[in-house]
Design a protein around this ligand. Structure first.
Ligand SMILES: Cc1cc2nc3c(=O)[nH]c(=O)nc-3n(C[C@H](O)[C@H](O)[C@H](O)COP(=O)(O)OP(=O)(O)OC[C@H]3O[C@@H](n4cnc5c(N)ncnc54)[C@H](O)[C@@H]3O)c2cc1C
Length: 546
């Protein structure tokens, strides 16, 4: 018999028990180990016992799961991984099992103990944004408009959502014509734009043809993405925990858009095959009440706002405006820097920070920021004490990218044509501005006509070149992250400008706090991807040993 004398739980597993445990844990003796070969809901159920048991996890697994015939555990894990039908049966059994284990133990956070990968294919950009609106607990990845050309037809048709409500309306024909025209223009411009990019930025010595071809193609597709409408179909992969998925489903079910409610149903079916117990409340009475709450409040607020506010104007220039910041941010941050190193109340730390000479405060902030070797060296949580609110008006393409940040609060207005569109200066330099603008104008007219009748659905017709307004509130730590990440040379110029402007405005009001943002890149680059492609060449050379 093996005994694990170092185990503080005093677990002693017999050889027979070790053999039973072995398939399900990555290590039988070490205090740190992983679970394997069991469905997600069983892993979740097992972890949920931590809060109510004095036993070690391996002991619980053995006594209450593997060796408890009533748990059905053996039947659940005995199914062959190759056999899809038995996998489904296993998950069903696991669900029933989970219900039994969790009765009396479960709190909402138990649904965070299991996760799933869900692929959402052929969804519109409207749906992609709704999926990516999630923050805690979900990690999305989406097809890139930079690396993938969206000119492919399937069955003779471009790949955009013929949205059901629009297609059932009198706008159907105009919508299709305008969308086809956008894609025709996009497809027709790829080669001329690529040729012009190459002519304007010829390959320099030392740059490989591979790196140059990738960088110039990425640039051409970046320049053209403004022509793609929000109806453009894309693929989004999501990894997340059950609780986050449940909330996402609830939000999608509450949407006025049929694509989103349909997507919620399809996702629910996919999740039911993997983590059913964790997401079933999204469609229960509790979930329906939650959906109704979201729907009703959104509708009521919109109606009230329309009644209360009339005749508001519209700006049309792209802008980033710092709307609010803490005038005493330095003192707040310094109090938070002092706090863990003293044993005084926060109020007293605040007084100390306020009474401290400015040069001492600056010295503390500089020491706290330290010598940052890269943008990954982010200052600590004291920087979360300073908050900034921005109002941004920029093209939807830039919004689409910046919306992916999660450690902040963002909210947009409806996609529409009120604020006009942005044509990349290069498109005009290449003499291709006329067809670019014509396609945008035509789609804009159709979007406006649809908006008069179907405001929510009209958003599908709006191309990414049109501007949208959104608000962002974030703390200084996220300002560091966003401004440094989104100004890297390989970024899209649309959001690079927003990030650079945010940096400028924060530095203007809080120069000492912004001093550590050393990795904001304020330069412009003709071929944004080139340096990254060069580095890739270098890595490939190292890998190949040449
Ligand atoms: C040049 C470039 C190209 C890109 N290309 C693509 C693309 O092709 N497809 C695509 O889908 N996206 C792409 N993105 C978006 C990218 O994947 C991120 O979604 C986006 O940059 C947000 O960054 P973030 O997660 O670091 O920031 P935030 O969400 O603001 O998070 C800030 C930090 O908090 C931490 N954090 C936040 N959430 C989590 C979490 N769930 N788990 C662990 N840590 C977390 C991380 O440290 C993170 O850096 C691209 C981004 C850039 C800059």
């Amino acid at each position: 018999m093996h005994t694990n004398t170092s185990d503080p739980w005093g677990d002693h597993f017999s050889d027979a028990e070790r053999a039973l445990l072995a398939p399900f844990v990555t290590d039988i003796d070490a205090p740190v180990f992983g679970l394997r070969n069991m469905p997600e809901v069983v892993r979740g159920a097992l972890f949920s016992r931590y809060s109510r048991s004095d036993k070690s996890l391996r002991r619980i697994l053995l006594d209450e799961f593997i060796q408890a015939p009533e748990s059905g555990f053996q039947a659940i894990v005995a199914t062959s991984a190759d056999d899809a039908a038995s996998q489904v049966v296993a998950v069903r059994q696991a669900e029933a099992f989970y219900e039994r284990v969790l009765i009396g133990y479960g709190d909402d956070s138990v649904a965070e103990l299991g996760g799933a990968h869900i692929a959402c294919e052929s969804v519109s950009n409207i749906a992609a944004k709704a999926l990516e609106e999630s923050r805690i607990g979900l990690s999305p990845l989406e097809k890139s408009t930079r690396y993938v050309a969206f000119n492919r037809k399937v069955g003779g048709r471009y790949r955009y959502l013929r949205e059901a409500t629009i297609m059932a309306s009198s706008h159907a024909a105009a919508f299709e014509l305008a969308m086809d025209n956008l894609f025709d223009t996009y497809a027709a411009l790829i080669e001329p734009v690529l040729a012009a990019v190459r002519a304007h930025s010829p390959r320099e010595n030392g740059v490989s043809e591979r790196a140059y071809a990738s960088a110039t193609r990425a640039k051409a597709l970046d320049l053209l993405r403004g022509l793609l409408p929000m109806a453009t179909l894309t693929n989004v992969g999501l990894f997340g925990n059950g609780r986050a998925f449940e909330y996402l489903l609830t939000r999608l079910y509450a949407s006025p858009l049929v694509e989103l409610t349909g997507l919620a149903g399809a996702m629910q079916r996919a999740l039911d095959d993997q983590i059913p117990s964790f997401v079933k409340r999204a469609k229960s009475q509790r979930g329906r009440d939650h959906q109704q709450y979201l729907r009703a409040t959104q509708q009521a607020v919109r109606a009230l706002v329309e009644e209360m506010v009339t005749g508001h104007g519209a700006e049309s220039e792209s802008s980033v405006q710092l709307i609010a910041f803490d005038p005493d941010a330095e003192q707040r941050v310094v109090a938070a820097i002092l706090y863990p190193h003293l044993d005084v109340a926060l109020a007293e730390a605040r007084t100390l920070a306020e009474e401290m000479p400015a040069n001492e405060r600056a010295a503390l902030i500089r020491t706290y920021t330290g010598e940052r070797g890269s943008r990954f060296h982010r200052p600590g949580r004291a920087f979360e004490e300073a908050r900034y609110t921005f109002d941004v008006l920029a093209d939807i393409g830039a919004y689409r990218d910046l919306q992916r940040h999660r450690m902040l609060t963002q909210e947009r207005q409806r996609f529409g044509i009120r604020h006009g569109y942005v044509v990349p200066p290069e498109i005009d330099e290449f003499g291709l501005g006329a067809p670019f603008r014509a396609a945008l104008e035509r789609a804009g007219e159709v979007a406006a006509a649809i908006a008069a009748e179907l405001p929510e659905q009209s958003q599908y017709a709006v191309p990414l070149a049109y501007r949208v307004r959104w608000r962002i509130t974030m703390n200084l730590r996220e300002v560091y992250h966003l401004c440094e990440l989104r100004s890297t040379p390989q970024g899209h110029p649309g959001y690079r400008r927003v990030a650079q402007e945010m940096y400028r405005q924060v530095a203007a009001v809080h120069p000492i706090l912004a001093e550590g943002m050393r990795f904001v890149d304020m330069a412009d680059y003709p071929l944004e991807r080139l340096e990254a492609e060069r580095r890739l060449d270098e890595k490939m050379r190292m890998r190949d040993g040449s």
